[in-house]
Design a protein around this ligand. Structure first.
Ligand code: BGC
Length: 759
């Protein structure tokens, strides 16, 4: 009885709350009718707090701007109480009382940190990626955040570029699916207080920085953009992302932030994006460096191009009034941008309840919970890619003596770039997790063995103030060899420091660092089996290692629960199932390296070991990657039956006809239950433009018990075969195609069949 009364009261309350607010357009019309010009440009201003833990100082420019009604949003402030206090100022002490948006780079989790995005992509597990984003949104919003600068959906083909770690890798098809999964996970319906606004970044083409050097020039044909680089952004827009961040780079020579074609014609008109565009950090200021003009000119161009919010340059608040007076912009330009920002606030429900995300009671029950930790641990285990497992040395039995060696073996910093609310002391080191996992059943010996890299300055630069201890390489090496000789097996935890990938972390050499490689060679010489755990935020060159160590598992940066997850897999509680979403090169000089390249007029087939004169190849290395896109081993084995097609031809119209069904039976032929990612690639053999040698067009992640078989079906629809032609029309061109199915993208593992599309 009491309960139903309560329910009624609650319903009445909810109805009342929603009844208070008019439909969006009406509401914003009436709001904007009362706003001054200054208040409108204030909404376009985003400033950093940078004091998430220590509290805001009353005299900071942030506060001055806020009290003057010159602030629309804040980034880098955390804590429900602090955010509530700040929101109260916006609501109670400014003339219009418009609430603020609070943004943060919640990139792969919050306090519960998931693996770096590149690693998560290697799970190919869309449902878990979506769940990870959901958990990240829940934790962040429990701490006051209502806007995340994620997902980063930039296609990246060059492993020298440190920010390859933030995206899903090199493939537009998979990248699009993952982009949409993140958006769904973060935003839901934006109804509840744990659903937050996503921000697609970095629009666009940021991942194509020349020579893999961050912030460098991008130059690309429209055909390539449309077919290869734009699809993930578009998919995230279609999934309903509420905001987009413009990138630092130029697109067609014009900085993205001021690129009308990019932000207005393509994004809004062609794709129908109806959210708001924010700049990247300081982008308007950087237009000066790009040689476009001073701050005033840049602000005008950015606003006119369709950039609504200025991150951290105060260019809009500082110059737009002058530009209006001088006739460079119109009131309509300002109104457009202001309306878009207000719409986002409306959609977030902030006009109904400015404190929707300021519930400080949530923190205790919703952040770093055991369920969240378990989800992160499961995801980490799914993201590891087993690259080599000679004589099935893995999984290890819990007996004998294990030597754990390497600079990454006893550090808490396994979270990687963009750990946004880390509490490192809560996270286990691998050594700690391993001794827990072994529980005395095997003897664990440990030595750091060496530094991350002999160059102390380089190590420091790659640590962001979270350095791994420096040691004397010679002395540490000796200790490592001493314990190695006593052990039955050696586990090496080596690779990069967590911040050696990510923003401003490009590398020109992708090999394992000098001192680590030298130590590894010494350890191999002991004759003991060596297992290499490679920690990295990008593909590493592992050529020597692939020939000389028994097993290699790429463990990336697995987040807060990485250490336990590694033990889960090493000791066989979980079976590895990750597959690369980036090609692993044999040598750095092959970069940019990607499987879905165009054919050349002088091609060399995959797997050809010899140099061929007057063909498109190198004198000193094969064209092939060391480990291809889609590749990853399991503890079990899978066999593929013959692929069958329901027909060898289909009609181009009607497109709704459904196309051809490709089938293959996959059997788990090994000794473990496990997941397999079955991949389908398509090659358009003849077309009006040169088309990639193969493109991923379908995948299925299936679970097979040992001995079990499953028939896997792919539908090749006419839609799947479309591409952007020279006029940038999205077309299906009748003709001959090839379909390929297999466990990875390498020709030697793919079954192939031809089919044609009739007019
Ligand atoms: C990065 C963005 C990030 C922004 C805000 C920039 O430097 O490029 O990815 O969202 O800072 O922190």
């Amino acid at each position: 009885m009491k309960k139903s009364l309560l329910a009624l009261l609650l319903m009445a309350f909810c109805l009342n709350v929603s009844a208070q607010i008019k439909p969006m357009n009406e509401y914003i019309d009436s709001l904007m009718a009362k706003m001054t010009f200054q208040e409108k440009i204030g909404q376009l201003n985003l400033l950093p707090a940078n004091d998430a833990t220590t509290g805001i100082s009353a005299n900071s420019p942030l506060m001055e701007n806020l009290k003057k009604g010159q602030l629309g949003a804040i980034l880098n402030m955390r804590g429900a109480d602090q955010i509530r206090q700040t929101q109260e100022i916006a609501v109670n002490q400014t003339r219009m009382g418009i609430p603020l948006i609070f943004g943060l780079d919640v990139i792969h989790g919050y306090e519960t940190i998931f693996p770096v995005p590149l690693a998560m992509a290697c799970s190919w597990d869309l449902a878990s990626i979506e769940r990870g984003a959901r958990i990240a949104a829940t934790e962040a919003s429990a701490d006051g955040i209502n806007w995340t600068y994620s997902p980063m959906v930039d296609i990246a083909l060059d492993a020298r570029w440190g920010r390859i770690v933030e995206g899903a890798g090199e493939d537009p098809f998979l990248g699009s699916k993952i982009a949409a999964a993140y958006v769904r996970g973060y935003q839901g319906n934006l109804a509840k207080n744990n659903e937050i606004l996503a921000c697609i970044k970095h629009f666009g083409l940021y991942g194509a920085a020349e020579a893999g050097r961050d912030y460098n020039t991008v130059d690309m044909s429209r055909i390539r953009m449309y077919n290869q680089y734009l699809p993930p952004y578009k998919a995230a827009v279609e999934a309903g992302a509420g905001s987009v961040m413009s990138s630092f780079n130029v697109v067609d020579g014009v900085p993205a932030t001021a690129n009308h074609w990019l932000l207005s014609d393509l994004l809004r008109q062609q794709w129908g994006f109806n959210g708001f565009v924010v700049t990247d950090y300081g982008s308007i200021y950087e237009m000066n460096e790009h040689g476009i003009g001073d701050l005033q000119t840049s602000a005008v161009q950015a606003l006119k191009a369709g950039t609504d919010m200025d991150m951290c340059t105060e260019a809009y608040t500082g110059t737009l009034e002058k530009s209006l007076k001088e006739g460079h912009i119109t009131m309509a330009d300002i109104d457009k941008a202001c309306r878009r920002v207000l719409e986002a606030k409306y959609k977030l429900g902030l006009f109904t309840d400015p404190y929707k995300y300021c519930d400080n009671s949530r923190r205790a029950n919703e952040i770093y919970t055991s369920a969240n930790k378990q989800a992160a641990r499961d995801m980490a285990a799914e993201s590891f890619v087993l690259l080599k497992n000679q004589d099935n040395i893995l999984p290890l039995k819990k007996n004998g003596t294990i030597a754990l060696i390497g600079p990454l073996a006893d550090t808490h910093y396994l979270t990687g770039s963009w750990a946004c609310a880390p509490v490192f002391e809560k996270y286990s080191t691998l050594k700690e997790a391993m001794s827990r996992a072994l529980d005395g059943k095997a003897k664990l010996l440990y030595a750091q063995g060496c530094n991350v890299v002999s160059d102390a300055k380089l190590q420091e630069a790659g640590s962001l103030g979270r350095p791994i201890d420096r040691v004397d390489d010679k002395q540490a090496g000796k200790e490592a060899l001493k314990i190695a000789r006593k052990a039955d097996v050696i586990i090496c935890a080596m690779g990069e420091e967590g911040e050696m990938s990510g923003e401003s972390s490009s590398r020109a050499d992708l090999e394992l660092f000098d001192v680590q490689k030298a130590l590894l060679a010494e350890l191999v010489k002991t004759g003991k089996p060596v297992i290499l755990l490679n920690f990295s935020g990008r593909p590493t060159v592992l050529n020597w290692e692939s020939k000389n160590v028994q097993a290699i598992m790429n463990v990336w940066f697995g987040g807060s629960e990485a250490a336990d997850a590694i033990c889960d897999v090493i000791f066989g509680d979980k079976v590895p199932c990750g597959k690369l979403t980036v090609s692993m090169p044999q040598t750095t000089g092959q970069e940019p390296l990607y499987y879905n390249h165009l054919p050349t007029g002088r091609p060399v087939s995959e797997g050809i070991d010899v140099y061929k004169k007057f063909k498109s190849n190198y004198l000193d290395v094969r064209n092939d990657p060391l480990y291809p896109f889609g590749f990853g081993l399991s503890y079990t084995t899978f066999s593929y039956g013959n692929m069958t097609l329901s027909s060898n031809s289909m009609n181009a119209v009607p497109a709704s006809e459904g196309g051809i069904t490709a089938k293959v039976t996959v059997t788990n032929t090994g000794n473990y239950d496990g997941y397999e990612v079955v991949q389908m690639y398509i090659h358009d053999i003849y077309a009006s433009i040169s088309r990639p040698v193969k493109e991923l067009k379908g995948f299925q992640r299936i679970f097979l018990k040992k001995g079990e078989s499953k028939e896997v079906t792919f539908q090749i629809t006419p839609d799947l075969l479309k591409f952007y032609n020279q006029s940038l029309d999205y077309v299906l061109e009748p003709g001959d195609f090839e379909v390929m199915i297999g466990p990875d993208s390498s020709d030697q593992h793919l079954q192939k069949a031809k089919f044609s599309v009739n007019n």
